[in-house]
Design a protein around this ligand. Structure first.
Ligand code: ARG
Ligand code: ZN
Length: 892
């Protein structure tokens, strides 16, 4: 289809078109004369033509920068005669074999609301260059396969910008006339431009040290605004734990004399791994128990780890092109997940990661934005920093580790670094290293990189002749945009046979596609459309526990009876699968009630389900965090992504109904477990015991159920927790309960929270987010009011995500109201944001592509808003790509 409003459709970049860059840039020397409204950048490139390649040197640029001058080997070049300048390129003609090019540009950081390239945050200079921000600073081959040695000189007013930072090691500093000073930074490791960073400002610093296994003394610095310095200790600890962990787990040590982290309030994503100078969203650095929740602490540790681990997986070995993004992101997410598992509870980490995968990646794979882990084309690369590339990418790495085993995986990593240190490579190179190190044939496995869509498997459990147990498993991979036909994938299914006294250990006579893992579990290697797995000697009462630890990112259906499902919930040795079962049983109950609603029958709730949940709850003490997960209601998003044929109205209503019923029927237990986990958490935290986190988690799951009763005693406890708690974890849980409640003082207390924390941006974000999740009838007008709040701002991505992101991705029943107002609110925000920050605007569009489970009426309403967006004059490339994909998909 053609949109008449867009006359020049942005061009698609294709993986198939990759060609190496015909020049080498051996060194780049940058000088920045910093000033908010006009910064002058001088870049000296030493260039070398490779082979018989073209004599035209093509550099990337952008519309927000002016070229002041261009010299080749000291000779001033003339426009048109010596070079050509277009909006996106600078082409220099008659390039000799080797030469020095000096490019002088001027940029305006103060007007940069896009937050890519050089910009200001709280008056301080900072940069974001991944993926293609460097081209907005100077003309340069802005692609990851051009590696160069960077040296940087920064000049700025000493009083306003006492701290001057860039990549690598410090190599000099001093004063210059007129109140200015300078600093020089040299990075000995060749790197692509996306890893360049510069920070200049008035920043306070927390310093520490780390001694590496190779004997290097590294200075660690965390820079923040003065007011935030007290909240950096946890991040510093996490950094040291990351450094230690990477040495112990992979033998990888840090390679510079300093490791700098700078936290800024205005940031498009989470954080950035620039060599030796990470720039972070404050959200992933600052952590103090009175203002950040336990979940925030976990995220800080995970992201600090993530960016640190990139130093090897991303920086030392980088990507050949952006189609290979998962080479570094999938692998680094896998590494940060493993790090967090080792630092805390492995099973809880896995439960939370799988929940996140299902919440973000499964819907992506099922809708118009579906793409393979290694995409084949894009218009705007920033739209591909997705749950598929990151989280499914991590699952792909995890599956390889499962298939070849941990020891071979480690060998594969060693081989990968041995072969590719210092170069820009592909996903294929990674798999090849794993294949060579393990001797496993991973040819068919590679489909995980090229085929999009979440595979669906069906497991049929049968008794064969004699003592045979047969599992027949079939798979289908749904078609996705541009990929109608799919091939069968390799699916590693970890499973065991659960009995009342642990795993059944008597299984033998395994078919050749089964590998015993030695711990009571087996690895079933699925490779065809349909596979059979046979066992002998399995105890007759044993129940198969399938896909333990979520060994593959698939949707699974089984023929297990309800009795067997309850058996897994109660007895499986794999705690992960116990949680999976409660989730499944809860969802099934939601669908049953939804059917009753659609058939205008009386709604009923299974006694057995309530009883089982009650029993789990009573036995909370042994593993409070696990019980909290078993008890948690599946999210609205979860409920609609696996529903079939039902309407979302019925499903949302059924989910509400079930939640309330559980709250009423388990009322006594919930209250008593609430009280005892509350006091357990309190006394443990006084002792500094990390287990306090698990009790708080359970405490607050109980609280959220208690809130559903609307009972007097419960409301009292909510208000008490709100007023008395000293940790943000408890305070926020109470605020959330309050927002949904009809407690008389509701409004007053919400206002009180704001007044108490208005100076703390990150807490104000939580205040916006909590209200965006309101289940109240008038939520749309509440959102409108919040959009007009003096603290709401379209220039701060955290604030946008807190209000607009939460409302549209976390509060589905409110977002999808029949009136279509939710869609309109979102489209209005996107249109406004498109002029301010297109990257974030495009991200915000995601919910407008999640319509595959919606009725026609709602799809039409969404279509209307997409059309409005597409009709905007001068619509940005990132938003165009997302909106047109969503709109195309809607017509199918
Ligand atoms: N490489 C960064 C990370 O791992 C993400 C930065 C992406 N930023 C962007 N604008 N695309 O976490
Ligand atoms: Zn990353």
């Amino acid at each position: 289809m053609k949109f008449d409003v867009i006359d020049t459709q942005p061009k698609e970049i294709l993986l198939a078109d990759y060609a190496a860059y015909p020049f080498a840039i051996d060194t780049i020397a940058l000088t920045f004369k910093l000033s908010p409204a006009e910064t002058i950048v001088t870049s000296k490139l030493s260039c070398r033509r490779l082979g018989q390649a073209s004599t035209v040197l093509e550099l990337n640029g952008g519309p927000y920068m002016s070229l002041l001058s261009l010299h080749m080997d000291g000779v001033l070049l003339e426009a048109e005669k010596d070079y050509d300048l277009s909006e996106e390129h600078l082409r220099v003609y008659n390039a000799p074999k080797s030469f020095e090019l000096t490019v002088v540009t001027s940029i305006n950081p103060q007007e940069n609301t896009r937050l890519e390239g050089l910009y200001l945050s709280s008056g301080n200079f900072c940069t974001q260059c991944e993926a293609e921000g460097f081209r907005h600073i100077t003309y340069y081959p802005d692609r990851p396969d051009v590696l160069s040695v960077f040296s940087v000189r920064i000049e700025a007013l000493m009083e306003d910008y006492p701290v001057l930072l860039s990549n690598g090691n410090p190599a000099g500093a001093g004063e210059i006339a007129g109140g200015y000073h300078y600093a020089i930074w040299n990075d000995p490791h060749p790197k692509p431009a996306y890893l360049f960073a510069l920070v200049a400002g008035n920043l306070a610093c927390l310093t520490d040290k780390f001694h590496t296994s190779l004997g290097r003394d590294v200075t660690l610095n965390i820079y923040t605004l003065e007011k935030d310095q007290a909240k950096c200790d946890y991040a510093m600890g996490a950094l040291k734990r990351s450094m230690q962990w990477d040495e112990e787990t992979y033998g990888l040590a840090y390679d510079l004399d300093v490791y700098n982290i700078v936290a800024v309030s205005d940031f498009n994503m989470g954080a950035m791994e620039n060599k030796g100078l990470n720039v972070f969203n404050t959200k992933y650095v600052l952590a103090s128990p009175d203002t950040e929740t336990d979940t925030d602490f976990a995220h800080v540790e995970g992201v600090i780890g993530h960016e640190y681990f990139h130093n090897w997986t991303g920086n030392r070995v980088t990507c050949r092109d952006w189609f290979q993004l998962s080479l570094k992101e999938g692998l680094t997410v896998y590494r940060d997940q493993e790090f967090s598992s080792d630092m805390g509870s492995r099973v809880i980490k896995r439960i939370d990661d799988v929940k996140a995968l299902r919440a973000a990646q499964f819907p992506e794979d099922a809708g118009p934005f579906a793409h393979p882990v290694r995409p084949e084309k894009y218009i705007e690369i920033n739209n591909f920093y997705t749950a598929t590339v990151y989280n499914k990418g991590a699952e792909v790495i995890r599956m390889m580790a499962t298939i070849i085993g941990q020891a071979a995986f480690r060998k594969g990593m060693d081989l990968y670094f041995e072969r590719h240190d210092g170069s820009a490579v592909t996903c294929e190179d990674f798999v090849q290293a794993m294949e060579d190190a393990s001797g496993f044939d991973l040819r068919q496995f590679r489909l995980w990189y090229s085929q999009a869509g979440t595979p669906e498997i069906k497991v049929d459990v049968k008794k064969g002749q004699g003592s045979k147990t047969i599992l027949s498993v079939s798979q289908t991979v749904p078609s996705t945009p541009g990929q109608d036909m799919k091939k069968p994938m390799v699916i590693p299914i970890v499973m065991g046979f659960a009995t009342e006294h642990g795993d059944c250990l008597s299984a033998q006579g395994l078919s050749s596609n089964i590998r015993p893992l030695g711990n009571g579990s087996f690895l079933l290697m699925m490779t065809q459309g349909a596979d059979e797995f046979t066992f002998e000697g399995v105890e007759p009462t044993a129940v198969p526990s399938l896909l333990r630890g979520f060994s593959a990112p698939v949707e699974m259906e089984t023929t297990l009876s309800e009795l067997q499902q309850y058996f897994i919930l109660n007895f499986d040795t794999d705690s992960f699968n116990r949680v999976e079962m409660s989730d499944l049983l809860l969802k099934k109950e939601v669908y049953k009630i939804a059917e009753q609603i659609e058939a205008s029958q009386t709604k009923t709730v299974s006694n057995k389900l309530i009883k089982s949940l009650g029993q789990c709850l009573e036995a909370y003490e042994r593993d409070p965090a696990l019980i909290s997960s078993i008890l948690s209601m599946p999210s609205e998003n979860d409920c609609i992504s696996s529903m079939k044929r039902l309407s979302i109205d019925a499903v949302f209503e059924a989910r509400q109904f079930l939640g309330k019923k559980i709250a009423h029927r388990l009322r006594k237990s919930l209250q008593s477990v609430y009280l005892s986990s509350r006091s357990a958490a309190k006394s443990l935290s006084l002792k500094g015991d990390k287990q306090a986190v698990h009790f708080r988690r359970l405490q607050n799951v109980c609280l959220s159920y208690m809130a559903k009763t609307g009972g007097h005693a419960e409301n009292r406890l909510i208000v008490d927790q709100f007023q008395d708690s000293t940790t943000m974890t408890n305070k926020l849980a109470a605020l959330q309960a309050l927002v949904h409640s009809s407690i008389g003082k509701r409004k007053q207390l919400i206002r009180h929270f704001y007044k108490a924390y208005r100076k703390d941006e990150l807490v104000v974000d939580k205040w916006f987010a909590a209200q965006a999740l309101s289940t109240h009838e008038n939520v749309h007008s509440e959102i409108a009011l919040l959009q007009n709040h003096r603290d709401f701002s379209y220039t701060n991505p955290n604030r946008i995500r807190s209000l607009i992101g939460m409302f549209t991705m976390g509060n589905l029943s409110a977002f999808h109201r029949r009136c279509g107002k939710g869609y309109e609110i979102l489209a209005n925000a996107i249109l406004k944001l498109d002029d301010i920050n297109p990257q974030v605007a495009a991200r915000m569009l995601t919910p407008l592509g999640r319509y595959h489970k919606l009725d026609k009426e709602r799809q039409v309403l969404i279509g209307k808003q997409l059309k409005r967006i597409l009709a905007k004059e001068g619509l940005s490339k990132p938003v165009y790509e997302m909106a047109s994909k969503a709109y195309e998909g809607l017509k199918k």
